[in-house]
Write a protein that binds this ligand. Sequence first.
Ligand SMILES: C[S@@+](CC[C@H](N)C(=O)[O-])C[C@H]1O[C@@H](n2cnc3c(N)ncnc32)[C@H](O)[C@@H]1O
Ligand SMILES: [Zn+2]
Length: 372
Amino acid sequence: MANNYLIKGDSKEILKNLSNNSIHLVVTSPPYFNAREYSQWEKLDDYLNDMRNIFKEIFRILNNHRVFVLNVGDVQCKLGAQPWTLRRIPLGALFTTMCQEIGFEYVDNYIWDKGEPQSYRHMNGVTKFPFYQYPINSYEHILIFHKHILDQTRLPCPVCGSPHVQNNSQSEIGVQSWECNNENCIERSEGNRGKRFSARSIMMQKGQKEENIIEENLKKKWRKDIVSFSPVIKIFGDKNIAGHTAPFPEDIPEMAIKFYSYKGDTILDPFAGSFTTSLVAMKNGRHSIGIEVMPEYVKIGEKRLRNYTKQTRLDNNEKHDIILLDKKNLDRIKIQKSKVFDKENYIRTKQKRGVTPINQTDLQNLSISQSL
Ligand SMILES: C[S@@+](CC[C@H](N)C(=O)[O-])C[C@H]1O[C@@H](n2cnc3c(N)ncnc32)[C@H](O)[C@@H]1O
Ligand SMILES: [Zn+2]
């Protein structure tokens, strides 16, 4: 059973109720400073402060070695004087610095080429003289950040379970690694050194299962750092058929979820809008939490998720619970532990084996990848 929580409320408040290191992936697209009716801040600094507070909470609740995918456009705002009134706000750059200051590692920046724009409201095509020209905005950023802090907890050896491990030097910046000290551990190098491992390597090895394989065509689509796909077509005639003014296409959460999470993980979108992230999480065997401040958008999201479960009831055995919450009943949220690596559980089960030497027969019974 997959849980999908739709939370009506302000992320500034709601996120405070989620526990440290509990979420496995965050995918979101925040309001772009004064680009839409729902994003009215007087000053850019007020907007940035709000975003900073929310991103700090994201850093706290995201599990270590996990990823934050942030889609944002460098919006154009009418801030200048005539005739050149438009000013580009470099939100991609501002958020990059902001997230680094918070503690995230900046990993990547996909440029999403949105193709021919649907709206020409910022075009200056009429005047043919100098200093009137600027391009219509047709790209957005998809920024990839990593929470990658030194984990000081010494984990038992993944092979023999020995709790006697030596604190190794860092294998790379931000990754604490250990080396097994058990002389009888079967994974020793020719120089008689023990297996070296880290929390991150255990997680990544355990996640290499059939169910987490990324399709070749998806890898191909996101092979380069400029990616072209269509935005959501919202307007037909003069009617907004999407119901939300700025949904992102499923392509973004699809890449994020398949590239940076495992089956059974919990995916959070703190600016859920029409709950596209939750929908894609559902389609891919993940649990989801979406937070949205506008009640009418929560309704749109709920309808979308319910429609999906109705459509797929016949050919899909997975069951989805759709749970509507607000700030008064957040204690109903139950976040599942990661299927690939739950640190506390890992320590408990491994330590039981102690330092008893493992013989070859035991080894054959113990597929290393399963035992991780
Ligand atoms: C760019 S839209 C996200 C659209 C979404 N990706 C989708 O596919 O529909 C940003 C959303 O964040 C919501 N929002 C703005 N500030 C918020 C806050 N503090 N807490 C929760 N939601 C917020 C807005 O109402 C808006 O729906
Ligand atoms: Zn060992």
